[in-house]
Design a protein around this ligand. Structure first.
Ligand SMILES: Cc1cc2nc3c(=O)[nH]c(=O)nc-3n(C[C@H](O)[C@H](O)[C@H](O)COP(=O)(O)OP(=O)(O)OC[C@H]3O[C@@H](n4cnc5c(N)ncnc54)[C@H](O)[C@@H]3O)c2cc1C
Length: 355
C-alpha cells in the first residue's frame, strides 16, 4: 500500500510524547519532521541569545530522539514548506497551533497556499489546556480578569485533554543533504552561554525529570515558598514549556494525580496564568504594543539610556532588583517575585531616584 508523505512541522512542540500533530502524522503515513528557523519576520521579535542557545540544545536532543531524521532549515516557512512539498511529494502538512497573532496570520497564509497546491493541512492543540475560544462568559464575551477567567471559565469548562504517549513507530520520509543544527548558527560567538548552561538540562527527558524533582521536593510548600527568590522552590519549567519539551497537559495530569491541597491548587493556577496570557493576546492582538487598560497610557515612563543600562547590568543600587538581573545574566532565569518587583520599581519613583 502506498502511504502518504506528511510533514510534521515542529515549532514550539519539541517533544515526541503528547504531541498530537506528530502522533496523527505517524499513524497516517511517512513522516518528514521539519524545523525551520525563521529569521525573516514570521515572529514579531527576533529570538534572544539565551533562547537561541536553549533552542540549539533542544533541537539536538529532539533530532536524536527522531533517530537523526529531523530536517532543519532556515527561511520563511511560507516559501520553505511549499518547496519541501514539491521536493518530497508531500500530501499533507501537520502542525500544533501557535496562538500569537503574528503566528496565526502566518499559519492562515500557509494554509491557503497549501490548499491551493492540493495539500491537506491539519492543525492540532499541543500547547494550551484550554484554547482561547473554549473559555467564555455566559454572555459569550471573554474574560479580562484572571480569577473569574480561571475559576469560572477554565475550571468550569471541558477538562483539559489527557496527554498521549509518543508514537509507537514512525516511518520516515527519506531526506537528502540535511543541514546540521550547528549550521543554524544559534550559538553566540562569545562563549558567555557556558555558565548559563550549567544551570539547566535541556530536552524532553530533562523536562520530565524537572517536573518529577519539583513534585518530589518543592510542591509540598509551593504556595508559601514560591514567594521567596532565595528558596529556589518554583518548578523552573518555564523554558521547557516555552519550547514545548513538555506539554501543560502532561504537567496538569501529573499534578492532578497528587492529593489535592492548597499547594497543588496554587501551582495549577500558575499554569492558569499562562493560559490567561495567551487568551488575552488572542483577543487583544495588539497587546504587545498597546495597554489593555487605557489609564496606563499616561504612565510616566522615561527614556533614559543610562538608567536603562544600569538596570540591564544589575547596577541600580537596589539590591533586590540588581540580584534579579544578575541572576538572569548568570542563569538565563529570573524568579517571578523579582520580575514583579522590577515592574513596580521601574515606575516613576524608581526612575526618579536614579537621577
Ligand atoms: C511582571 C511579570 C512579568 C513576567 N513576564 C514573563 C514573561 O515574559 N515570560 C514568562 O514566561 N513568564 C513571565 N512571568 C511569569 C514568571 O515570572 C515566570 O513564568 C516564572 O518565573 C517561571 O518560573 P517557574 O517555571 O519556576 O514558575 P512556577 O512558579 O513553577 O510556575 C509554573 C509555570 O506557570 C506559568 N506561570 C507562572 N507564573 C506566571 C505568570 N505570572 N504569568 C504567566 N505564566 C505564569 C509558567 O509557565 C511557569 O513555568 C512574569 C511574571 C511577572 C510578575
Amino acid at each position: 500500500m502506498i502511504k502518504n508523505n506528511i510533514i510534521h512541522w515542529f515549532r514550539q512542540d519539541l517533544r515526541l510524547s503528547d504531541n498530537p500533530a506528530l502522533a496523527a502524522a505517524a499513524v497516517s503515513g511517512n513522516v518528514l519532521p521539519v524545523f525551520i528557523l525563521d529569521e525573516e519576520g514570521g515572529r514579531q521579535k527576533p529570538l534572544g541569545s539565551a533562547s537561541r542557545c536553549w533552542l540549539h540544545h533542544s533541537l539536538l536532543y529532539l533530532s536524536d530522539s527522531l533517530k537523526n531524521n529531523l530536517l532543519v532549515l532556515m527561511g520563511n516557512p511560507l516559501q520553505v514548506i511549499p518547496k519541501l512539498v514539491k521536493q518530497y511529494s508531500i500530501d499533507a502538512v501537520y502542525w500544533n497551533r501557535c496562538y500569537e497573532p503574528w503566528a496565526i496570520d502566518h499559519d492562515n497564509q500557509l494554509t491557503s497556499l497549501l490548499k491551493n497546491m492540493g495539500v491537506m493541512v491539519e492543525a492540532h492543540n499541543g500547547s494550551l489546556l484550554w484554547e482561547p475560544w473554549e473559555v467564555s462568559k455566559k454572555d459569550g464575551t471573554h474574560y479580562k480578569v484572571f480569577t473569574p477567567f480561571y475559576r469560572k471559565g477554565c475550571l468550569q469548562a471541558i477538562p483539559p485533554q489527557k496527554p498521549i504517549g509518543a508514537p509507537k513507530k514512525i516511518s520516515y520520509v527519506k531526506r537528502t543533504n540535511p543541514k546540521t543544527i550547528d549550521q543554524l548558527g544559534l550559538l553566540p560567538d562569545e562563549d558567555w552561554h557556558e555558565g548559563m548552561l550549567k544551570h539547566w538540562e535541556i530536552g524532553e527527558k530533562a523536562a520530565k525529570k524537572r517536573l518529577k524533582q519539583f513534585v518530589k521536593q518543592d510542591i509540598r510548600d509551593y504556595q508559601d515558598s514560591r514567594n521567596f527568590p532565595s528558596k529556589d522552590s518554583t518548578s523552573r519549567l518555564s523554558p521547557h514549556l516555552h519550547w514545548g519539551e513538555i506539554s501543560p497537559h502532561q504537567i496538569w495530569q501529573h499534578i492532578k494525580k497528587l492529593p489535592n491541597n492548597q499547594n497543588t491548587d496554587c501551582f495549577l493556577s500558575e499554569l492558569g496564568w499562562r493560559e490567561f496570557s495567551y487568551s488575552l493576546l488572542y483577543f487583544y492582538p495588539d497587546l504587545n504594543k498597546n495597554n489593555l487598560q487605557k489609564k496606563f497610557d499616561k504612565f510616566p515612563w522615561r527614556k533614559n539610556k543610562k538608567n536603562l543600562s544600569a538596570w540591564q547590568s544589575g547596577r541600580t543600587g537596589y539590591p533586590f532588583v540588581d540580584a534579579g538581573m544578575r541572576e538572569l545574566w548568570q542563569t538565563g532565569f529570573m524568579h517571578e517575585s523579582c520580575s514583579y518587583d522590577h515592574s513596580i520599581l521601574l515606575g516613576e519613583e524608581f526612575v526618579n531616584s536614579l537621577e
